[in-house]
Design a protein around this ligand. Structure first.
Ligand code: IPD
Ligand code: CA
Ligand code: CA
Ligand code: CA
Length: 272
């Protein structure tokens, strides 16, 4: 309906504005966080900037859309995830990763993003991923295509073979999950153009959408890592499933994100 599409437009405009605002802070503070704290382990870190960016986005969303629900990495509660799982069709939920790439950010490696998705029920309607270091904003609205800084983007042609595709992957904070990834990449690495691991799941998936790379995969991702970039990639003609090829729920898990062509099943086969 007209009312609904107007509402989605307003949500998207707000998500874009907030991603850029948080992004400016991330660019400014990269490599200069003063409070670097451990979360679950020595490899799982959070800084005052992660928290400040999430808080900035949260308070602005609250002010404009007080009834919308929230699922953000640094304020996460099990109840919120439970609510998303049981969410009815009419509930709006913001899924926000204030800094995707915290370990890069802590080290001052200029590669990280802000990821903001807004879902109605389980259906992501708006996705925004912003890389403040190169001022690249990826965004999509369901059914409206995918864009990079306002220009339409599309994933690589479906007939692209793995041998001609760059494969990317992510290394979780969990050492056991890293071992799984190392085993997995040893099966795929010999068959693709090359392998990269840059440290922001949201940017990797957005790069598949822009046709810069062919594949991203990782075990153990959270809803806020994936939700925004997944919509961007699907709107750009790509595919997102679990690594075994089964559908990936909005609550996250293992992800295989590709251009949607023959590479997708090839990856599933190599990794099974
Ligand atoms: C991490 C990044 C990283 C991926 C990890 C994520 P964070 O998110 O996306 O690339 O490999 O699994 O946890 O903690 O920097 O927001
Ligand atoms: Ca993340
Ligand atoms: Ca994060
Ligand atoms: Ca984190």
């Amino acid at each position: 309906s007209v009312g609904m599409s107007q509402e989605v437009k307003e949500i998207e405009a707000l998500a874009i504005r907030l991603a850029k605002q948080a992004g400016a802070i991330i660019r400014e503070k990269s490599g200069r966080a003063t409070e670097v704290d451990r979360k679950s382990s020595r490899t799982d870190l959070v800084t005052e900037v992660d928290k400040a960016c999430e808080n900035l986005i949260f308070s602005e969303v609250q002010a404009v859309f007080p009834h919308h629900r929230w699922l953000g990495e640094e304020t996460f509660t099990v109840d919120q995830l439970e609510h998303l799982r049981n969410s009815s069709d009419s509930d709006w939920t913001w899924l926000v990763d204030p800094i995707d790439g915290t370990l890069n950010f802590v080290g001052g490696l200029p590669f990280a993003s802000v990821s903001i998705a807004v879902a109605r029920g389980h259906d992501v309607q708006v996705g925004v991923v912003y890389n403040p270091f190169v001022d690249e904003l990826f965004h999509a609205q369901q059914g409206q295509g995918a864009y990079l800084n306002g220009r339409a983007i599309s994933a690589l042609p479906h007939e692209t073979e793995l041998e001609d595709a760059i494969v990317t992957l992510g290394f979780s904070t969990n050492p056991e999950t890293r071992k799984l990834m190392l085993e997995a990449i040893s099966k795929v690495g010999p068959h693709c153009r090359t392998v990269r691991a840059l440290g922001s799941a949201a940017l990797h998936i957005s790069y598949v959408a822009a046709g810069r790379i062919g594949v991203f995969f990782e075990h153990g991702l959270k809803p806020w890592d994936i939700a925004a970039a997944r919509l961007i990639l699907e709107e750009a003609g790509g595919s997102v499933t679990q690594i075994n090829g089964e559908p990936l729920p909005v609550t996250g898990g293992s992800i295989l994100a590709t251009n949607g062509g023959i590479v997708h099943n090839r990856m599933v086969e190599l990794l099974s």
